[in-house]
Design a protein around this ligand. Structure first.
Ligand SMILES: [Zn+2]
Length: 125
């Protein structure tokens, strides 16, 4: 039986409300108003549990902190802002690319990443 604590609910709500993958620090900051006193270490522990339960997955890009996002059934692309480095979900159709992998390689998935400026960074700058 999984005991859903209030702190866990606060963290899950952050993910459900968010439109982008979040680093533990970002989750912590966003969950604090709903759960004052929430510790960063608790956030890390809850995130690990949520990964184990298959609720969220890690989003890992080179030079970026490890982020997490709600597991979605729909393929989507990610967008990385060159300026603020935040990662966004892009609700666009991702083309399926058929490749013939070299011998010995097993392809298990594909990810599409776009780079540029997010609305906050792109406007008036
Ligand atoms: Zn930005």
């Amino acid at each position: 039986m999984i005991r859903r604590t209030r702190q866990r609910e606060a963290i899950e709500e952050v993910f459900q409300a968010s439109r982008r993958p979040l680093a533990p620090g970002e989750v912590h900051e966003a969950a604090l108003p709903a759960y004052p006193g929430l510790g960063l270490r608790t956030v890390y522990r809850q995130l690990k549990d949520m990964v184990d339960e298959g609720l969220i997955v890690g989003v890992d890009y080179p030079g970026q902190p490890l982020r997490y996002e709600w597991v979605s059934e729909k393929d989507h692309a990610h967008f990385i802002c060159r300026r603020c480095r935040r990662v966004y979900d892009l609700e666009v159709d991702v083309p399926d690319v058929e490749i013939t992998a070299p011998r010995g390689f097993t392809v298990m998935g594909q990810e599409t990443v776009f780079y540029g400026l997010c609305p906050e960074c792109g406007e008036g700058s």
